[in-house]
Design a protein around this ligand. Sequence first.
Ligand SMILES: Cc1ncc(COP(=O)(O)O)c(C=O)c1O
Length: 382
Amino acid sequence: MNWLSDELASLKNRGLYRSLSTIGSAQTPRILKDGRELILLSSNNYLGLTTHPKVKKAALEAIEQYGTGAGGSRLTTGNTELYNSLEERIAKFKGAEDALVFSTGYMANTGTISSLMKNGDLILSDELNHASIIDGCRLSRAEVVVYPHRDVSFIEKALRVSKHSRKVIVTDGVFSMDGDIAPLPEIVELAEKYDAMVMVDDAHATGVLGKHNRGTPDYFNVSVDVNMGTLSKALASVGGYVSGSAELIDYLRNRARPFIYSTALPPPVVAAAKAAIDVIEEENPAKQLWQNIAMYKKGLAEMGFTVESETQIIPIMTGETENTIKAASELERLGVFAPGIRPPTVPEGKGRIRTSVMATHSECDIKEALYAISVIKEKYRL
Ligand SMILES: Cc1ncc(COP(=O)(O)O)c(C=O)c1O
């Protein structure tokens, strides 16, 4: 097994070795890490709901009623009223006929794409789509055309010459490492014109974007065929879902292997996600999030950064891997935790510190974070 140590040594030499950071607190604006208090500036807990009293209470009550584990897959012994009611809640929130919950967002993407598309079909996929979409495309054995980021004219050209009977355009709604938004209205129009389906991964838009905080279709007021998302970000829990027509959901329930062959989610996380949707509708925490985003972006712009992100995910570009590692560790030394992101998560030479704002950040948290960023900007010429 010498090759294992060779591979690990090669990763280390190229600055691409990954190791775990350990946090000693909840995903709050200030966390404990290695005995120090740091500002957390990269969490996906965008609305701060992982510690919301109503969300925690729902999880605790679900443990009391249903215990800690599901004990089986949904199609065998694992299904309870809790799962049905979460799916109904998601469908209502998304304005869809039905929804299906998977154990993770990763599984929702791989399971959905690989069961919908087959050898002989065509998938058009944005070059910056999440890894779980890429893996779903690979598993499907369909022809995959990766289009340049948000390039609708490229999509049109590919659709115009396609002879495939089944076609899907798949895109992140909000791109996870860039924070920009997919051109959904144009994509939906092209899909209608060329009889293709549209699948959107709204992992980072759900709960955050749109008039009713339902995600990118809500933001643009369009509808898509397959609306995928995760319960693990603004919804403060874990799990993935797809919403859409009753027929689509029925099909996935019968064909999506990660759904069929995996144990149902633990009851507390299901209850927590459902409570989080209630809080989103009742308390609109996204309003504060957008105020915080505006303040943070203004601070960055005043420092001279060009901020292209349209959302809560705001990358600070660091370029090469060595610079990325150094800048992120200096930022941490200055009291702000936001990891450096290196290839293959982002393209070569496009390393970055992925910062993200939460609704629960205070003005003081944001000001302190901005100060630390101004120091690394100077030191690493960002
Ligand atoms: C765009 C996107 N899709 C899917 C996923 C996977 O979701 P999960 O973490 O629930 O598996 C992520 C999470 O990192 C993501 O950023």
